[in-house]
Every structure is written in C-alpha cells, then in structure tokens.
Design a binder for this molecule. Structure first.
Ligand code: HEC
Length: 380
C-alpha cells in the first residue's frame, strides 16, 4: 500500500516536472555542454529560458575545486587577461592574488581569505554613464556608482591566448575574423558596494542578494575592501553562432538603484522579464531557495529584433539595447580602430537593435561578438 502511494506520488511529480520542464539538470560538464553540443542545442531551442536558468543554477553552485566559491567566481576576470603592459596573461587556473594592501585590510575585517576577492573597478557602462545607488541604501552609499566586472571561461581564455589577441599587437596582426569555440562563456557582473556595514549587508542578504567579497582602487591609489551584493549577471556562451544572450537580476534592485533624472526615481527594468521568462522564473525560484530573488529577464539568440537589457548594466539605454545587435558590431580595423556602434539618429545617439549589414564592416576584422577585446593594450 505504502509503496503504491509513493509510486503514484512520484509519477505525479514526474509528470509535473515534465510539464514545467524542470527535470533535474546535470551540472557536471555544463560549461562543455555535457560534451554533447547537438543535444544541448536541441534542448536549448526547445526551451531557451529553462536552459538559461539551468546554466544560472550550475554557475551558482559551489565550485568542486574551490569549495568556498561559486563556480562562476572561479572564472578568469578580464583584468587578468588584458594586462596594462599588453603582456601574456598567466595560466587560467592560477588566479592573480589581490594586492597586499587588500589582503591586510581583509584580514583586519575578518574576511575569508580562501574566497575570491572580486576586483570591481569598473563603473562606466557602455554609454559612458554610471548607474547610481539610492533609495534604501545607507547615506554613505547614496549617489555612489554600481560597480561591475567581466569574467571569461577557460575555452574563451584559451582561444584569446592562442590567437594572441590579449594585446593590441595581436589584434592588429590578425589576418581575418575571430571565431571562438562553441564552448566559450563570458559573464558581466554588477555589484552594489556594501563595504563593512554589517547591518546593510544583512538587509541585502534578506532581500536575496548573493554577497561576495570585493575591492577596488580609489583615485588616490588606496583600496576599498569589503562586501558587495550581486545585483545583475549577464551570462553568454557560443552554443549558437550568434552566441546565446541571457541576463539575470535581483528583483529588489529598484529599492537600491536610481535613474539619473534630476530627481532620481527607482531604476526598473523596462525590457522584461519577457512573457516566456515569467513562468520559468516562478518554477526555478521555487526550487532554488538561494536564488529565489533573482529573475531571468530574457534570452536573445539568432538575429531577432528585440530589446533586452539588465537594469544594472544597460540602465539608461534599455530602449535601444539589443545584446546581439550591439555585440555583433565588435570589430577592429587597423586604420579606423574599433567599430563605433553609437549611431547618430535624430540629433541623438542610438544603438543598433537589428544586426548591421555585412557591408558596414568592410575593412574591419570581426571580433566574434566579444567587445571586451577593446580592453587590450599595446605591448610595451
Ligand atoms: C550598445 C552596445 C551593447 C549592448 C546593447 C550590450 N552590450 Fe554587452 N558589452 C558591450 C561592450 C562595449 C562591452 C565591453 C565593456 C567593457 O569592456 O567594460 C560589453 C561587455 C559584455 C560582456 C563581457 C564579455 C564581452 O563580450 O565583452 C558580456 C557577457 C555582455 N556584454 C553581455 C551583454 C548582454 C547579455 C546584453 C543584453 C542584455 C548586452 N551585453 C548588451 C556592448 C553592449
């Protein structure tokens, strides 16, 4: 009798899982698409939003090799790839330790020296503006910028090293377009700075933010060291030739970030969650308590006309933000420099929301959607 009931319950649950397509996903080898690209691609095309969430869950599991970090926190930050002197980067799996001053401060603050310290030095978004903190943030943080960083997976890194495009010399010497392997991954993370304010840290933790350890250098050369809350995460990979574009953010971001209007108002996302993302968010949030306050805004792949933005990363230009169309302009010309994706229209600046024609790139070497290559320096 007992057995009969459990079988009934189990099969009901199995039916439910199938209906919502949340059958447990195997995270082992997910960065390699389970070593079966066609099967993963078929599953992705069947339900892009579910696959995006599966990847997000896998990226946020504890790292099997560095137990105190999430998988994504062990990826290579771009500042360890595009070095200031254009030198070759160190090995993928040998993270560069933070500056001594950061370690000293971290020790004083009682932080975990075995966990990653993210260098979150970037504040300028693609349009040159910063997103400001405001609303429910402590007085000390009001008006300060949201910070971000770029990270890449091993296969992205290996390709950049192999083609020697980590510096400008290598990009100038390129005979033709780049073509990253299908298992290339890249991330862009947005962080609310907390510092050492334990009350604020707890408030953000209660609002479901993932709390990481971080630092950044100030204008006078000294370092700020402390905690930061993950407010947004772009996750992209090359499962599709035009890459697959997904973006997640915390549902409480409008409480802590504001627009740059004369009288700042709460920053919201005007592009999603898309109708397709909504039901998938509900089921994954329910089955992943530590990620329950994050939502998928949407997925973009193939040349589709769609705007998609993260309120934390494309804040002020959400209405002309197409991940695929803008990244599709990533190109370099030895004569003209990097392609300028800021299009003049009606006396203002807009960004492409449909892929630009191939003829626009005559004389350019296409960088296969990877705009961070713009960070490369000349080797001195
Ligand atoms: C108007 C152009 C534009 C739009 C729209 C845009 N990006 Fe980007 N993106 C960039 C640029 C430029 C960089 C490099 C930024 C830097 O070096 O700080 C970048 C960096 C990134 C990176 C880091 C790796 C890389 O490719 O350089 C990821 C991941 C990323 N963007 C994902 C997205 C996603 C997802 C969307 C849509 C939700 C998006 N981007 C929308 C221009 C854009």
């Amino acid at each position: 009798m007992r057995r009969a009931i459990s079988i009934t319950v189990l099969s009901a649950l199995a039916g439910l899982a199938q209906a919502q397509d949340t059958t447990p996903f195997d995270c082992s080898q997910f960065l390699k698409f389970g070593n079966d690209i066609p099967t993963t691609k078929a599953a992705f095309e069947k339900n892009p939003e579910t696959m995006a969430w599966n990847w997000f869950v896998c990226l946020n599991q504890f790292s099997p090799t560095q137990a105190s970090n999430r998988v994504w926190e062990t990826m290579k930050p771009s500042d360890q790839v595009y070095l200031p002197d254009g030198a070759a980067p160190g090995a993928y799996a040998s993270p560069v330790p933070p500056p001594t001053e950061v370690i000293t401060q971290a020790r004083t603050l009682g932080m975990d020296l075995n966990r990653t310290f993210h260098n979150i030095n970037a504040t300028q978004q693609v349009d040159g503006l910063a997103l400001h903190m405001g609303g429910a943030v402590p007085a000390a943080q009001k008006g300060n910028p949201v910070r971000f960083q770029l990270l890449m997976g091993q296969d992205t890194f290996d390709y950049i090293v192999q083609r020697q495009v980590y510096n400008m010399n290598g990009q100038a010497a390129l005979p033709d377009n780049l073509d990253f392997p299908a298992t290339s991954w890249e991330l862009k993370a947005a962080w609310l700075w907390i510092g050492s304010d334990t009350t604020y840290r707890q408030t953000l933790a209660n609002d479901g933010y993932y709390i990481g350890q971080a630092y950044f250098q100030q204008d006078d050369g000294t370092y700020q060291v402390g905690y930061a809350a993950l407010s947004g995460l772009h996750v992209v990979n090359k499962l599709d030739d035009n890459w697959v574009w997904t973006t997640f953010e915390n549902i409480n971001n409008s409480k802590y970030t504001v627009t740059n209007a004369p009288t700042p108002t709460p920053m919201t996302n005007t592009t999603g969650p898309t109708p397709a993302a909504k039901p998938v968010n509900v089921s994954f949030q329910a089955s992943n308590p530590t990620l329950s306050k994050y939502e998928l805004i949407g997925v973009e792949y193939q040349p589709v006309t769609q705007v998609l933005a993260n309120s934390q990363l494309e804040s002020a230009f959400q209405n002309t933000s197409s991940c695929l169309a803008c990244h599709g302009t990533a190109a370099y010309s030895n004569d003209k420099g990097y392609f300028n994706f800021a299009l003049k229209q009606g006396g203002g600046i807009v960004y492409p929301t449909t892929p630009l024609p191939a003829s626009d790139f005559a004389g350019y070497k296409k960088l296969d959607f990877v705009w961070s290559l713009k960070r490369a320096q000349w080797q001195r």
